[in-house]
Design a protein around this ligand. Structure first.
Ligand code: PFF
Length: 468
């Protein structure tokens, strides 16, 4: 069967497909989430569990999304409409676009902090910073104590300004098109990111006492693997591969016909994990070498790292390199998120790409301000709660805990039970030109029985029906 969509712009080659998808997978998750989770949950043992999750849920759902995208050559919502016209399955596409928006509301805010730190590092502001001043700086960034201040005060406007810069950069990249923007940017930034990480690694691994950091990351301790740790590995696999946000459906719709989907999925999962490990090798030896305790999340990225890097020789240069690579990671991940609504609006409403980009950036900027002003409970909008969360946490929790696992489950069910087996096999074997029957059969089994079961467990755990 031929693809149903009209011919449209797409990636130019398999290499472009690889870098664009890797650009989406590699993001803030590699730097503040993955290495810390690995180190504190049993090191090599956690990695082993993570790989099982990648194999049985991550890669199968990724393949489902690429199948849906490449087969239909449509955006996330149009793709379901094209496969099952007039059915409720379109709702799964709507959920994807919705979670892309929700994630962008807060991800642009965090990316803004990264840009700000990058600017500070490049201008040498961290040269001799103390623990108190680095804490104070982060407090400023997240708007601590701004409740009751005027919206137009500098403390309130400054993080909004950086979020605005992020949207301008991402919007500019997206408006340049799939090839001229996403492809060109990811092909340049991904190799650069790799070089910058390796530079940071060399410095970190030659510090006295670096061995403790390596041990933290790679010791193997199977006794640390509890059901709840396994569950977080599963959630991480989803987050890392940017699943259930419409991203991989949209990117799949730009893939060339000759891309070997199985091999590409394996390469992406492997390279993404490699980037996380390399980031961990830059972070933990440095942190331990200066006698500090590693933490997770914003604390690690915005307080510990500036402090330890500023204390070592060539620290300011390395800190600039580190924040530069972190801003590359955040930017390429955001490009993939932004492409989801832009593809939808420009295709379904016949809007020009530039106009769709502008309107979406404006919308995300306006709503995203609510996330930026609610990070801390003493921030300007910190007192407003939605289901017990401030805006920032609400966008994060609703998308990561509910919409993404539910979307992933529905995608697996759609491909496993509501799509013709022959159609799926035809697409995954590149129209029958690949001899990959074993992989296709393995995939069909996993997507029908294993992935849905694991995803149901995640969901039941999230909504509190079962707990580990
Ligand atoms: N996969 C990327 C990361 O790990 O940071 C980027 C990402 C995009 C994560 C979108 C989460 C997300 F919702």
């Amino acid at each position: 069967m031929e693809n149903t969509g009209k011919p449209r712009e797409g990636f130019s080659s398999g290499l472009a497909v690889f870098f664009a998808s890797l650009g989406s997978a590699v993001g803030l998750g590699n730097i503040w989430k993955f290495p810390y989770l690995t180190g504190s949950n049993g090191g090599g043992a956690f990695l082993f569990v993570y790989f099982i999750c990648i194999l049985f849920v991550g890669i199968p759902v990724l393949l489902c999304e690429w199948y849906i995208g490449r087969r239909t050559r449509h955006n996330a919502i149009g793709a379901f409409e094209s496969l099952k016209p007039g059915s409720l399955w379109k709702g799964v596409g709507v959920m994807g676009v919705l979670s892309a928006y929700l994630v962008m509301f807060f991800y642009t805010c965090v990316a803004g902090w990264v840009y700000f730190y990058c600017f500070k590092a490049l201008t040498g502001a961290f040269a001799s910073i103390s623990a108190e001043s680095v804490e104070g700086l982060f407090g400023e960034v997240i708007g601590v104590g701004t409740a009751g201040q005027s919206f137009f005060s500098k403390a309130v406007l400054s993080p909004i300004f950086w979020q605005f810069i992020v949207l301008c950069v991402v919007g500019f990249g997206i408006s340049m098109g799939v090839r001229g923007g996403i492809e060109r940017i990811t092909k340049t930034l991904m190799p650069l990111l790799f070089v910058l990480i390796v530079i940071c690694d060399i410095r970190a691994l030659t510090l006295p006492g670096a061995g403790e950091g390596i041990r933290f990351l790679f010791h193997i301790d199977f006794s640390r693997i509890t059901p709840s740790v396994a569950l977080s590995a599963l959630g991480l696999a989803f987050f890392k591969l940017s699943l259930a946000m419409g991203i991989m459906i949209t990117y799949g719709s730009y893939f060339t016909e000759d891309v070997h989907l199985f091999k590409t999925a394996g390469k992406i999962a492997f390279s993404d994990t490699l980037v996380s490990m390399l980031a961990g090798l830059a972070i933990f030896p440095t942190v331990f070498s200066f006698g500090m305790e590693p933490s997770a999340g914003p604390g690690l990225l915005f307080m510990t790292i500036p402090l330890v890097f500023s204390k070592m020789p060539f620290g300011t240069v390395l800190l600039a390199a580190f924040f530069l690579l972190t801003s590359f990671a955040a930017t390429t991940a955001l490009l993939s998120l932004m492409e989801v609504p832009v593809a939808f609006w420009s295709e379904e409403f016949k809007m020009s790409r530039k106009k769709a980009t502008f309107m979406n950036c404006l919308f995300i900027g306006l709503v995203g301000i609510t996330a930026t002003l609610s990070v801390d409970s003493s921030s300007l909008l910190g007192g407003i709660k939605l289901f017990g969360d401030g805006f920032f946490d609400f966008y994060d929790h609703l998308s990561s805990n509910i919409i993404m696992p539910l979307g992933g489950l529905l995608i697996a069910i759609f491909v496993g039970y509501f799509s013709k087996k022959e159609d799926v096999a035809y697409e995954l074997s590149n129209h029958g030109t690949l001899e990959n029957g074993f992989y296709v059969r393995f995939f069909s089994f996993v997507i029908r029985y294993v992935s849905p079961a694991l995803l149901v467990i995640i969901l039941l755990n999230t909504i509190g029906i079962i707990s580990f």
